[in-house]
Design a protein around this ligand. Structure first.
Ligand SMILES: CC(C)(COP(=O)(O)OP(=O)(O)OC[C@H]1O[C@@H](n2cnc3c(N)ncnc32)[C@H](O)[C@@H]1OP(=O)(O)O)[C@@H](O)C(=O)NCCC(=O)NCCS
Length: 183
């Protein structure tokens, strides 16, 4: 398995994978397939930009030239929030589940967050009841810190979202922040 950051040339495959994800798992993702299918390819290309300082990056796991899974990471831009990154859009194709693909992607996302100056924690939300994803995140070092009730509306009701965070090493984030916040 090869894990690497997606680049604009990967946008069509990334788009197809995520449209399947939204359709298969309406409880796990906030976007609907219709909302995302309506976006131009340029939107997906922008999401997988390879600019080094981009606010978002997406990691992809490849097995035999197939994009088996993806995980996104977004970075805060405002000075007071720059110590936080957010993991989003985690998905592994059904045929490749329980093979360690998800674990490799989370590990790669945490590595990418560590590589960004001043980032000290990664946060995410996961739907209550999504045991596979919650177990995956817990094994990677994420801990829950709250539950948002009625977070997303799905067919038949509402789903709550569990908020989780992973401490990378907050002390590393502090000095740069204190300097950048000085008057
Ligand atoms: C959640 C998901 C990404 C896991 O990917 P995966 O590649 O199957 O995960 P891995 O094989 O790397 O498993 C790593 C760990 O996750 C947990 N896990 C994975 N699948 C699990 C399952 N079905 N039940 C319970 N735990 C599970 C386990 O802790 C596992 O550790 P183990 O190998 O010691 O059992 C995948 O099931 C998926 O894409 N689900 C649909 C979309 C989704 O829910 N995304 C998350 C949105 S927040």
């Amino acid at each position: 398995m090869n894990v690497r950051r997606l680049v604009p040339a990967d946008a069509p495959g990334y788009r197809d994978l995520m449209l399947a994800a939204y359709a298969q798992h309406p409880d796990a993702f906030t976007s609907t397939p219709q909302e995302r299918a309506a976006l131009p390819l340029a939107w997906w290309e922008a999401r997988v930009t390879d600019a080094p300082a981009a606010n978002e990056c997406v990691l992809g796991a490849w097995t035999n030239d197939t994009l088996a899974g993806v995980a996104g990471l977004s970075f805060e831009t405002r000075a007071k929030a720059r110590h936080k990154a957010t993991l989003f859009g985690m998905y592994v194709r059904p045929a490749h589940r329980q093979e360690g693909v998800g674990a490799r992607l989370v590990e790669a996302a945490l590595e990418a967050a560590r590589g960004r100056d001043g980032v000290g924690l990664v946060q995410l939300t996961v739907s209550a009841g999504n045991r596979a994803a919650q177990a995956l995140y817990a094994r990677a070092g994420f801990v829950p810190f709250g539950v948002e009730p009625f977070a997303v509306a799905v067919e038949g009701g509402f789903v709550a979202k569990v908020h989780m965070w992973c401490d990378l090493d907050l002390s590393r984030a502090h000095p740069a922040h204190l300097q950048s916040l000085a008057p």
